[in-house]
Ligand binder design. Sequence first.
Ligand code: ADP
Ligand code: MG
Length: 704
Amino acid sequence: MKTIMETRSVPDYFGSMVFDDRQMRSRLSSKVYASLRKTIDEGKKIDSMVAESVAQAMKEWALEKGATHFTHWFQPLTGVTAEKHDSFIAPSPDGSVIMEFSGKELIQGEPDASSFPTGGIRATFEARGYTAWDPTSYAFIKDKVLCIPTAFCSYGGEALDKKTPLLRSMEALNRQALRILRLFGNTSAKNVRTSVGPEQEYFLITKEMFDQRPDLRFTGRTLYGAKSPKGQEMDDHYFGVIKPRVQEFMNDLNEELWKLGILVKTEHNEVSPAQHELAPIYSTTNIATDQNQLTMEIMQKVAARHGLVCLLHEKPFAGVNGSGKHNNWSMSTDKGVNLLSPGDTPYENAQFLLFLCAVIKAVDDYQDLLRLSVATAGNDHRLGANEAPPAIISVFLGDELSAILDAIEHDKPYNGTEKKIMKLGVDVLPAFPRDTTDRNRTSPFAFTGNKFEFRSLGSSNSIACANIMLNAAVAESLEHYADKLESAEDFEKTLHEMIRQTISDHKRILFNGNGYDDAWVKEATEVRGLSNYRTTPDCMPHLLDEKNVEMLLKHKVFSKAELESRCEIMLENYCKQVRIEANTMIDMALRQILPAIECYADKLSKTVSDKLAISEGLACSYEKTVISRLSVLADQIYDRSMELEKAILKLSDAEDIIGESAMIRDTLLSKMGELRASADEAETIVSSECWPFPSYGDMLFSVR
Ligand code: ADP
Ligand code: MG
C-alpha cells in the first residue's frame, strides 16, 4: 500500500483534517476569530452572529476537503461515540442543490434521546435530547463527514453523556485551583486546566482467526480456550522487534491519527504476545478524551484495512496479560506552569506540596469513586489479578518524596537537607531524581515526577469517567484548603500545619511496596482500612453514598438524578455484558463444542473397530481412554450449559439491577468458569482438525 508519507512529510499533513486554530485564523475575520478564541479560552458564551460566520467558514473548509455530511459527534453512556449524519445539501428552485450549514446547526442538534441509555431520566423528563457544540475541541473530518464534538443532554438539562460532567469537573477544579494560586500571589493565571496523556494497550489478531470465534465477535473476549504451549513466559515480546505486518498497521494508523491532529508519539510491543501499546503526547483533558475515543475507533478501522482485528477488550485472553490504559494526569495554568512540578524555589516547592497533598487527600477520601470510575465487566478480569494494579486504590510517591513527607509530618530533619528541619516557603526541597519515582508498575496511582499516572483504567474505558472523579475529588481538597487559607491569620503557619495534617491523616493511602503481594491486601484492608472492591457490583452502588453525592453535587459535576441514572446504567451495562457472554457460551457449547467432541469420539470409535477388525488382540488404549474422558466431559459440558441457562433465567427474580448484578457476581460467573474448564480440557484432547475454533496459540501468534 502506498502511503502519503512517501510523498508528503508529516508536518505537511499533520492536522489536515482538523478545523484547528490555523484554519480559524486564516478563514475567519479577525473580529470573529477573536470572539471565538474568547469562547474557547475563557468559556464566554458564543454570539449567534459569530456562530454563523464560523459555520460558513467550517462548511467551506469541509467542502474543500470533500466532505458531504456533517454530524454532531457525542459520547452517550454506551461507552462508544455516536453520530447521525446530515448532508449539507439543500434543494434549489432550478432542481440543483446547494450546500448549506447554519450557525444554528453548528451550535445545537436534536437527536432522539430515547434510544440511548438514560437510566430512568427519560421517565421524568422529555424523551428528546439535544447536543451542544464544545468549541474547545476542534471539529474534524472523518469519512467525508464533518464531525462537531458536542455534549449531549436531555431537554431538562440533565447530562446524558460523558463529556458534560467532564467539562463541569474541569471547571470545578479550575475554580478551586485559581483560589489557591491567588493565595500564593499569582494574579496572572487565567485558568487551570488538567492535562491527560492516555497510554492505550491493545491486541492485534488476524481477521481470519477473529471470524471463526463467536465469543470474540459477540463479546470481544475469548470465553473458551485452552492455554497455548507458549504464552508470555519468555518475556520476549515486551519492547521486542515489531513484526512487519504490525509495523505497516502502525504506520498507517499514525498517518490517520496525525491527519486528525492527534499527537501519537510512542508505539511498542507489550508484555503479552500480540499485544501492543500506543501513546499520544498529552493534551487538555476534554480534548484528550475526544481524541482517545477517536483513536480507538480509527485503530479498529485501520486494522480492518490490514486484514487484522484490533481487540480493545480488557481481557481478550485468559492466562496472558490483559489491556489497560494509563491515565497520565496533571494540572497546569494557561501560562504553562505545571502545578505538579516541584519547581526550584521554596515558594514553588510549597505550592507544589499543597497541590500534591490535595491529590493524596482526594485519592484517599474518594477511593471508592476512583475505583468505580473504571469498573466494567471487562476490567473486573484485570484488577486484582497479578498483572494490573489491584482493586485497592493506593498512591505511590517513591522513596525520596515519601521521606520528605515523613520529615514534614514529624518535624524532623530530612537527610537531603543537611539535617535541617524543613520550613515550607523558606527551604528548597531536596532534588529527587525522576527515575526513582517511576519504577513501581504495580501501583494504581503513581507519582511520576511531574504528573500522576492512574493505571487502573481498562483499555476500552472512556477516560472521561476516571477524570471526572479525579478532577472533582481534587477540587474538593483544594476547596477545603482554600477555605482555610483565605481566613488564615498566618498564611505560612497555616499552610505548614495543613500539609502536615494532610500527611498524617491520609498516609494510609501511601504505599510504595508491591501491590500484587497478598500481604498488601491483608495490610490494606485489615490494618489501614482501605476499600477493596473487587467487582463492579461491589463498587458501583457506592456512587450513591451520601458523602459522594454531596461532594459531586456541591461542585456541580452531577445532579442527583444524573447520579442515580448513571449508577443504573453502569450496572445495566455490566449485567447485559455478562448475560451476552453466558448466552454465547451456551450457544458455542451446544452447537459447536459438543458436536466437535462427538465427531472426534466417533472417529476414534471407528478407528477402534477398524483396528480390531485387523487384529482382535489390539489394546487401542489411546482411543479408549480419550473416548471415555470425552464422554465424561461431554456430559459435564451439557449439564453445565443447562445449569448456566437456569441461572440466567433466575436473574429475572432479582428485585432490581443491584440485585441482578450481585447474582451475576455470585453465581453466573462461577458457572461460566466451570463450563469453560470442561470445554478447555476437551480442547486439549480433541484433534485440532475437529475443534471448531482457532486455538490460543493460533490467535496469539497469528500476525507475522
Ligand atoms: P511512561 O509512562 O511509559 O514512562 P512517559 O512518562 O514518557 O511514559 O509518558 C507517558 C504519557 O504521559 C505520555 O502520553 C505523555 O505525553 C504523558 N505526559 C507527560 N507529561 C505529562 C504531564 N505533565 N501531564 C499529563 N501527561 C503527561
Ligand atoms: Mg506509563
